[in-house]
Design a protein around this ligand. Structure first.
Ligand SMILES: Nc1ncnc2c1ncn2[C@@H]1O[C@H](COP(=O)(O)OP(=O)(O)OP(=O)(O)O)[C@@H](O)[C@H]1O
Ligand SMILES: [Mg+2]
Length: 406
């Protein structure tokens, strides 16, 4: 298949050279059995890639199984992936094949691979190295022949450095790396994508298609799109459905672009206790912060004080953090590579401040409840909006007693 027919078949819009390059790599390696790791921010279109690879490989008539590693509870993930024997644990009344066994001769897509628990990482490494797996509760290994494509929107290298992801597994998965550029780096594709989404929605609801005036178009192209194409699609759909007029001006579109005026990204300090837990907490807290429209100058003052007091304690690595957790390294002096550090904040400190009248738990709880309500209780969508994994959301719902209220 050539590039144009792949785009047509999978409904991929865009002509950006980095996107084309990513697609070409996928096509080139499809016929091999090499593991592929697809990385890129949330919403950039990573999920097309394992499908393209499978469809262009000799395995295309075999099974294709997509597994969201972040959505399976830790207690059952080994059994889901590798199967279990009868009686292996309470409730295992029958033996069951795992995905690696079912996908023998085919392809497995491990989405959100960074979410795999440590024990599962060990099992996965074994199957990648030797093709052997052991069902939970079994004593003998089985054999399988599976091609693995994995994806993540977090920085796996960082996860390795912090001990959250096995280094050997990282290299094994990352045999062929494919990086998808964020939407803000493919400005030329933004309008194309918008028009496509607007036209799809118009056809779907049999209404006239919206169009943008020059100012609105420029605003679309200059926006940072933290949620990338997923966000652009939502915006196109919302405007089409909500606005009465079909000619969309800059003034109208601004309502749909959160924090449009904030071209500068906030910067946080990263403490030495930085674990996966803190990452997700921080991401959630950022969402809370943005939702609450906190008083930025107050944050700046507080964080400057905090930084001043911390600077002498230990060397700090300082990173700029997007609301959804992607970070840009910046220098020790606090100057961002990409952004000017307009304000400093450590969200946990700030939100825990009783002066704010809002404890961290309370703020998180409210953000989660709001997100769940907005998505009619759909946890998957709420987790996406909060930029946390479904598993973290499940845990938070329990921990914060949200299940008892809703
Ligand atoms: N180039 C594109 N053309 C058309 N639609 C696209 C394109 N890229 C992404 N999309 C659409 O954007 C949405 C998000 O894409 P996808 O689900 O693949 O994101 P992702 O990279 O897996 O994000 P996450 O890390 O949050 O899971 C989907 O509806 C997808 O169809
Ligand atoms: Mg995805």
């Amino acid at each position: 298949m050539d590039l144009t027919s792949v785009k047509q078949r999978f409904g991929i819009i865009g002509n950006d050279s980095n996107l084309n390059c990513a697609l070409e790599i996928a096509l080139r390696v499809a016929s091999t059995d090499l593991s592929v790791l697809v990385t890129g921010e949330s919403g950039v279109g990573k999920e097309f890639f394992p499908q393209i690879i499978h469809a262009n490989s000799a395995r295309k008539h075999g099974n294709y199984i997509a597994v969201n590693c972040g959505a399976i509870p830790e207690g059952t993930i080994d059994s889901e992936l590798f199967g279990h024997e009868k009686g292996a644990f309470t409730g295992a009344t029958e033996a069951r094949k795992g995905y690696f066994e079912v996908a023998d001769g085919g392809t497995i897509f491990l989405d959100e691979v960074a979410e795999l628990p440590h024990t599962t990482q060990v099992r996965l490494l074994r199957v990648l190295q030797t093709g052997e797996f052991i069902r939970v509760g079994a004593s003998k290994a089985g054999k399988t022949n599976v091609r693995v494509v994995a994806a993540t929107n977090i920085n796996l290298r960082e996860a390795v450095a912090e001990g959250r992801f096995r280094e050997d597994l990282y290299y094994r998965l990352n045999t062929v790396p494919i990086t998808i550029p964020p939407l803000r780096e493919r400005k030329g594709d933004i309008y194309l994508l918008f028009r496509k989404f607007a036209s799809d929605i118009a056809a779907q609801y049999r209404m006239p298609q919206i169009s943008l005036d020059e100012e609105a178009r420029q605003m679309l192209e200059n926006y940072r799109w933290p949620g990338n194409i997923r966000q652009l699609k939502n915006v196109a759909e919302q405007i089409s459905a909500v606005e009465e007029t079909r000619l969309i001006t800059g003034e109208i579109i601004k309502k749909y672009l959160p924090d449009y005026d904030k071209s500068r990204m906030p910067v946080v300090t990263k403490t030495s206790a930085s674990t996966e837990e803190m990452h997700t907490e921080r991401e959630l807290l950022y969402k809370v912060l943005f939702d609450l429209r906190s008083d930025m100058s107050e944050l700046k003052r507080m964080m400057n004080e905090l930084l001043a007091s911390k600077r002498y304690e230990e060397p700090q690595e300082i990173v700029g953090l997007l609301p959804h957790g992607n970070s840009y390294p910046i220098t020790q002096t606090g100057k961002a590579n990409e952004t000017d550090d307009d304000f400093y904040t450590d969200t946990e400190e700030v939100i825990d401040d009783p002066k704010e009248g809002m404890t961290k738990e309370k703020a998180q709880k409210e953000a989660i409840i709001r997100a769940l309500k907005r998505h009619n209780g759909k946890r998957k969508d709420a987790a996406r909006e909060l930029f946390i994994s479904e598993r973290t959301l499940y845990r938070k719902i329990k921990e914060l007693g949200i299940d008892k209220i809703l």
